[in-house]
Design a binder for this molecule. Structure first.
Ligand code: ADP
Ligand code: MG
Length: 390
């Protein structure tokens, strides 16, 4: 554990002691993630390739003798949230992510009728597309499962996090974020089959060849975003129906000839994106990560031209990054704003950051926030114990 990470664990333990009035039983953490490639393939039962990043949500936790649950977060200052086990599914606001996860785990058979004291502190930026929500859910899921002595496998923990977000928060997200946060290994991406939930590690090897990944948050979000997402999902379902396949993941290039107009474009994005995911995996496995760049840029072009989910601020980041030495770049997430991912030589990173900021100013867009992210390990119990043995 780096000294920075150890300091943050000590800090959350101190907060727990100060606010709850005793030692926690354990400290757990789960990372945010970024999806290298495979955009809008998840809801077509295809593949995605996320990796966990070096920003984490930490949870200090202790069981209680009653059925009360208390919850505090350094990112949401104010009165702690206090509730009971029965009331978990009625949680609202930020607490719904954490309390909803505890509810979903109990629904899945988590033993023990006791409550918990939970103290949260994270450094995954909220709402920047790096999945602070899954980091919170997965850290809570691991904490309550381990402290309850429950032998619950990680895919089940991931499903509980997703269920919290779907059923308690009310956000229709897929399983990628929670799977990445719980299953990723340090230095590797996770090739996740969204139909079967089977995952395979794919070593990234970026550091070794002097490459870095930047996530550029445009801070632009279109009013269209929710409706646009629903529309694209519906178009994909319609295209699959027209082709007579269960999901577009089963469609081939040849089949696309049966479609035309917008359905052809939407389906072509998904079919070619699936191909790009597999090409990227082959390149990484062959130890040729620099060649991943053009695949990322091709993904962006497909999302912009065929899937029609880009916006000028995202196109500007991608174009500017490429003009300033990036090997590849693409929008990440659902689109209609949000963030772009840039693959670049470490030596070009600073120049790219400055150039995208200048371009945003010239175009009258908000000033983007540029973050370098590095691959990291998935959710874990931190090496801290109440008796001081680290
Ligand atoms: P993203 O997952 O991309 O960061 P979301 O909108 O899905 O964005 O989730 C962000 C929300 O998750 C926040 O607005 C907040 O409600 C909740 N959240 C995430 N991390 C924390 C945290 N450390 N403390 C409190 N709430 C958090
Ligand atoms: Mg989220």
């Amino acid at each position: 554990m780096s000294s920075g990470a150890a300091d943050r664990v000590e800090e959350i333990v101190t907060t727990f002691r100060d606010t709850v009035g005793r030692d926690p039983e354990g400290v757990f953490s789960a990372p945010g993630r970024v999806n290298l490639i495979g955009e809008h393939t998840d809801h077509n039962e295809g593949h995605v390739l996320p990796f966990a990043i070096d920003r984490r949500c930490r949870v200090a936790a202790g069981r209680r003798g009653d059925d009360v649950v208390t919850l505090r977060s350094a990112q949401e200052p104010g009165e702690p949230v206090t509730t009971t086990l029965d009331a978990l599914p009625r949680a609202r606001g930020w607490s719904a992510y954490a309390l909803g996860t505890l509810w979903a785990l109990r629904e899945a058979g988590l033993p023990g009728g006791h409550g918990f004291d939970l103290v949260v502190a994270g450094d995954v930026p909220l709402g920047s597309g790096l999945s602070s929500s899954a980091a919170l859910e997965c850290a809570v899921a691991l904490a309550v499962a381990e402290l309850s002595g429950a032998d619950i496998d990680r895919p089940t923990l991931a499903r509980a996090g997703r269920r919290a977000e779907n059923d308690v928060v009310g956000a229709p997200v897929g399983i990628m974020d929670q799977a990445a946060s719980l299953l990723c290994r340090d230095g590797a991406a996770l090739l996740l089959d969204c139909r079967t939930l089977e995952g395979q590690d794919v070593l990234l090897g970026l550091d070794e060849v002097g490459l870095v990944t930047l996530v550029v948050d445009t801070r632009v979000r279109h009013d269209l975003a929710d409706g646009g997402y629903a529309d694209r999902r519906a178009a994909c379902a319609a295209a699959a129906g027209a082709l007579g396949v269960p999901a577009l993941r089963d469609a081939t290039r040849d089949m696309l000839e049966q479609l035309d107009g917008q359905l052809l474009q939407r389906a072509r994005h998904v079919v070619t994106e699936q191909e790009r995911v597999h090409r990227v995996v082959e390149l990484l496995r062959a130890g040729r990560p620099a060649e991943v760049g053009p695949e990322l840029t091709a993904s962006h072009a497909s999302l912009r031209d065929d899937f029609a989910v880009s916006v000028p601020a995202l196109d500007a980041v991608v174009d500017t990054a490429l003009e300033h030495g990036a090997l590849g770049a693409r929008l990440v997430g659902g689109g209609f704003g949000g963030s772009a991912l840039v693959l670049a030589p470490a030596s070009a990173a600073e120049g790219i950051g400055e150039a995208v900021a200048r371009r945003a100013a010239d175009d009258g867009h908000p000033r983007p926030v540029v973050r370098e992210v590095h691959p990291a390990g998935g959710a874990r119990r931190e090496p801290w114990t109440p008796d001081g043995r680290h």
